[in-house]
Write a new protein. Structure first.
Length: 146
């Protein structure tokens, strides 16, 4: 089962209820409805995020892996994305644009950027969860350009 299949449950006990369409306002990302199996809270996540989403309501304690990332300098205090974190985002997103799937491996003119999902200016943190890979084409026009 893929993370984007309806019925998929991730390690944080968050169930993917299925594809809910494309967001016109958010880089044409594919949005999925998620349900927290602990408290029943429902919310939207984009396709890249399904596997790692945590319930915004329960906000469970950080996993050991996340603690480790924090130690490695994946700080939430800075807008700047460290090279290590940048690489982790690219790797998680399979070195592809989250919005259109463009990949430099297939098309050398594709340039990938790391983007804050919730803009830094709106309180979005510089964490693996709040970062996504976008190609320069999809990223153009975003005020929070990285
Ligand atoms: Zn919950
Ligand atoms: Zn793109």
């Amino acid at each position: 089962m893929k993370t984007t299949d309806a019925g998929y449950i991730n390690k944080n006990n968050q169930k993917n209820l299925g594809y809910r369409g494309i967001s016109e306002t958010h880089n044409n990302q594919k949005f999925f409805e998620m349900e927290c199996l602990d408290c029943g809270h429902k919310y939207m996540a984009n396709g890249c995020d399904v596997w790692l989403r945590k319930c915004p309501q329960c906000n469970p304690t950080k996993t050991s892996k996340e603690k480790q990332l924090a130690k490695q300098g994946a700080t939430t205090k800075s807008r700047r994305i460290s090279n290590k974190l940048r690489y982790q985002v690219l790797k998680r997103d399979n070195f592809k644009c989250c919005a259109c799937g463009a990949s430099p491996a297939k098309d050398p003119t594709v340039e990938l950027h790391i983007d804050h999902i919730i803009p830094w200016s709106k309180g979005g943190e510089t964490t693996l969860e709040n970062l996504q890979t976008l190609c320069s084409r999809c990223n153009i026009g975003k005020s929070d350009f990285e």
